[in-house]
Write a protein that binds this ligand. Sequence first.
Ligand SMILES: Nc1ncnc2c1ncn2[C@@H]1O[C@H](COP(=O)(O)OP(=O)(O)OP(=O)(O)O)[C@@H](O)[C@H]1O
Length: 505
Amino acid sequence: MATSAYRLLFRQSMKPGVVRTGSWRWASSPSFSTSVQRDTTTETELPVVTTSALEPDEGGEDALTPAKVVEMLDRYIVGQREAKRAVAVALRNRWRRHRIPEGLREEIVPKNILMIGPTGCGKTEIARRLAKIAYAPFVKVEATKFTEVGFHGRDVDQIIRDLVDNAISLQRQKVRARVVKEVEKAVENRIVNMVVGQQRPAEGDANVEAPPENKEEVRKLYCEGALDNRKIQMDVPDGRSRPSVEIIGGGSGFAVNELIHRMEKVFKAQKFERQEMTIGEAKPLLIEIEMEKYLNSDQISKDAIQLAESDGIVFIDEIDKIVTNHETRHGADASSEGVQRDLLPIIEGSIVSTKYGNVNTDHILFICSGAFHSCKPSDMLAELQGRLPIRVELKGLTREDLYRILTEPETNMIKQQQLLMKTEDIDLVFTSEAIHELAAVAAEVNRSVDNIGARRLHTVLERVVEDISFHAPERAGDTYTVDKERVRQSVGDLLHKTDLSRFVL
Ligand SMILES: Nc1ncnc2c1ncn2[C@@H]1O[C@H](COP(=O)(O)OP(=O)(O)OP(=O)(O)O)[C@@H](O)[C@H]1O
């Protein structure tokens, strides 16, 4: 096709549930006018996002049997079998509920869980991992947050709003993963067209249509990254929205940017900031801008709300801190108990309004946890007890458990330290005795100072590797072996000085 100019067709659809593709298409035109036609023949439907959020790491939703879930949790969390089994069954019950005919399905409420166990023994970690395995929206709150001075009577509905925010992020991640290839292709086409346009002869030349092989050549160069250093100018409206692109250099005089710039202004009255950058720099920016069209749709909000309603997990920590022991009257004060009443509606099931729409909390899974040192679960409001029918006890961590936590989880603390040092080209080696000693020290400080469970391992380990970590950049290529002696040197003294270890470890 030979003609003297190009016409921009901006494909855009205003239909609900349809994404504005915003892609620019070149077409021949008898004149070099800047007429713009809206071509609604091509529309990109938003990818349908399934309302069932379960996209587990492995094997699909059906494969998430309780045994499989426990096995997956075992990769990250040591021991606490009872709690793992309880959450695994809760997850499976959701799967079962989804398979019950509508109507009956609504009658089945989740069996919420009360985890009882000392601090730092893995309660939060189990719930958080469960959410990850199930690809479920998750939010953690401290019950005491609602009793803090200045926060008293804080809106507990915020928990559900936060859950929906999390569901929105998950939906966006899903959509992003699903459309990334399509978006990259659109950006590739866009840049290739620009480069081809630049190579075309000046206005008035009869032979204006770039030969296909030329386009393919440009595409090949683009894919190889050979165009990455080529300068373009992008007009970026207020930093992040749709850009227009101009190829500079080449001297064709073809005012691509000018055209796009005007089109942009026709469709969107936005302020543009012109920035010069290379194609390599522009690529990720254009991808983000293109992606935004998929990520800001009503469909995402609808799907996110459904996801939060059917698969959301709310973890309420320190629930015991809002409970008063009825015999001794120790524990929370009367006003804190009011927080139990505040929490009841969302746990029992109610409608919470969020900026994305109303959320029904009937089927959200609530996992509450607490140490219950100075009160008992039976001290909670009867209605709350009734809504937390599954009780599981988690054990305090022994020295042996601490050793296993250091070594067994997939990305255990020892491995993490080694990976960090490897980035500085340092080989960090721990002897088995050293790891046993670390666990022993942590257990001892937990016993003598304050039992903070596995969290103590972080502080002890950091102290042991502190010197290596500090000097690592100057000692690339070295190997450090942490043996029992080194652990003793680093923390041994502190062990015998309780006052000091109280602050340091
Ligand atoms: N059994 C365990 N296995 C592996 N890691 C653990 C275990 N218990 C605790 N940890 C680690 O210790 C840290 C604290 O654990 P977690 O947040 O689950 O404590 P918690 O029981 O919820 O305590 P709290 O009630 O004070 O929040 C986390 O980094 C977690 O990975």
